[in-house]
Design a protein around this ligand. Structure first.
Ligand code: LER
Ligand code: MN
Length: 281
C-alpha cells in the first residue's frame, strides 16, 4: 500500500513554491503526492526532477469542462476533450506520474437535466478510447472517477464506472474509488468496492465533509475491510479541500473551516490510514 496526499488542499497548480511543503509531506511519512493537472503548460519535467530529489512518487488528477466536454453533441468540443486528456497524459509522463485519475469522462458541473443518453454514453466511450491508447503507449494508468450526482451525471456509481471502463476495453483504463462520492451514491459501500474489484486502480480517502479522514461519517470500518477483501494494494490518496483557494473552495462548496491546519490534517490522515491498514495484518 502507498499513502499519498492530494495537493489540492494547498494549490490548484504544482510550483517551485510548493516544494518545501512537499518535502514536509515526505518527512511526515507520505510516499507520494497527487498533482492537479489543470494548467497543462508548466515545465512538468523540471518539477518532476525536484520531486525525484525529495523522493516523492506521484499521481495526477484532471477534469474536463463545458469547453472540452468529451460527451458534447458537438464533435469539435469532444475532440478538444480528447486532446486535453492526451495532453494531460503527456504532462504525467513529463512529471513522472504513474496514474491519471479524475472525472475526465465528461464535463464537471455540466448538466442536461436528465441522465446520460445512449448517445452521450457512446460518445464518452468513443472519446476515451484514443485517450486510453495514448495512456497505454505512455505507460500511464487511467483511473476513471464516478462522482456524486451534484457534480456529474455520466458516472455516479462504481457500477457505472466499471461498465464504462469495460466498454472502453483497454488494460490501461481502470477506475477510482472515492469514499466521499460513494458515501453519497452507493447503497452499500462493501458491495460497491466488490463490484469495482480488480478494476479499482486508485482510491481517494475522503471524508463526508471533505475534511480530515476519520473525523466524520464515512463508514471507514466497512471501507477498509472491503478494500482488504479485494486485495487492494495501490494508492490511498487523501483528498481533502479547505478554504485556502477561493476558486476551489467555491467549486467544492466549502464555506467553513473544518480543521486546524493543512499540516495537521495531513498528519492525522496519514496516522488514520496507517492504523487501519496495520489492522489488516
Ligand atoms: C471531485 O469531486 C473529485 O473527487 C476529484 O477527485 C476530482 O476533481
Ligand atoms: Mn476524488
Amino acid at each position: 500500500m502507498k499513502f499519498g496526499m492530494n495537493l489540492l488542499l494547498w494549490s490548484a497548480e504544482l510550483s517551485d513554491e510548493l516544494m518545501p511543503m512537499c518535502d514536509s509531506l515526505k518527512k511526515m511519512g507520505y510516499d507520494g503526492i497527487e498533482i492537479p493537472l489543470f494548467n497543462l503548460d508548466l515545465d512538468y519535467a523540471a518539477l518532476g526532477r525536484q520531486l525525484d530529489d525529495l523522493g516523492l512518487e506521484r499521481t495526477a488528477v484532471t477534469v474536463r469542462t463545458a469547453e472540452d466536454n468529451p460527451i458534447s453533441p458537438d464533435q469539435s468540443v469532444r475532440q478538444k476533450g480528447i486532446d486535453a486528456s492526451k495532453q494531460a497524459i503527456d504532462c504525467c509522463a513529463a512529471v513522472g506520474a504513474t496514474h491519471l485519475v479524475g472525472p475526465y469522462h465528461s464535463a464537471l458541473g455540466e448538466f442536461s437535466g436528465a441522465g446520460p443518453s445512449e448517445e452521450e454514453w457512446a460518445w464518452g466511450v468513443e472519446s476515451m478510447r484514443p485517450v486510453a491508447e495514448h495512456a497505454q503507449s505512455a505507460g500511464v494508468m487511467l483511473g476513471i472517477e464516478s462522482l456524486n450526482r451534484f457534480e456529474t451525471y455520466l458516472l455516479n456509481t462504481i457500477a457505472d464506472a466499471v461498465r464504462f471502463a469495460r466498454d472502453v476495453d483497454n488494460p490501461h483504463c481502470r477506475i477510482l474509488y472515492d469514499s466521499f462520492h460513494a458515501n453519497i451514491e452507493e447503497k452499500n459501500i462493501a458491495n460497491a468496492i466488490r463490484t469495482g474489484g480488480d478494476m479499482i486502480c486508485h482510491v481517494h480517502i475522503s471524508e463526508n465533509d471533505r475534511s480530515t479522514p476519520g473525523s466524520g461519517n464515512v463508514n471507514w470500518k466497512e471501507t477498509f475491510a472491503a478494500l482488504r477483501e479485494i486485495n487492494y494494494d495501490g494508492w490511498m490518496m487523501v483528498e481533502a479541500f479547505g478554504l485556502a483557494l477561493p476558486e476551489l473552495a467555491a467549486a467544492t462548496k466549502i464555506w467553513r473551516r473544518m480543521y486546524d491546519t493543512e499540516q495537521k490534517l495531513a498528519w492525522d490522515a496519514l496516522e488514520f490510514m496507517k492504523e487501519n491498514v496495520a489492522a489488516w495484518a
